[in-house]
Ligand binder design. Sequence first.
Ligand SMILES: [Zn+2]
Length: 122
Amino acid sequence: MTRHDPHDRIERIGVEEAFQCSHCGHRWYYTRSYCPNCRGETFETDALGVGTVVAVTTVEVTPPDVRSPNWLALARFDDVRVLAQLEAPASKGDRVRFSGEYRLRSGDEHRGPRLTVVTEEE
Ligand SMILES: [Zn+2]
């Protein structure tokens, strides 16, 4: 785990990390500078690791700068749920982890990982 305080630049925290409040222990995903449960401003982050796909959808009609089709998954990493782009189509129950570096929207300077299916050998 990495400990953070309100002065850290939270935009540098990777999308493959979950947040945990140092005050109340609540865990969440999606970058925000305070705990959604108690508004505490100190938190730790840790890598999500391997999760399980809960649901998948394919978006065929996407904004001009987003790939089409755009495969998305809702995945569960213990008590944290994440909605993210899939590297390739997947199914409910598949085990996934974040990997790679992709331009998630064209024209976007930032590159990020997509959910990738984990094979049994990993
Ligand atoms: Zn809290």
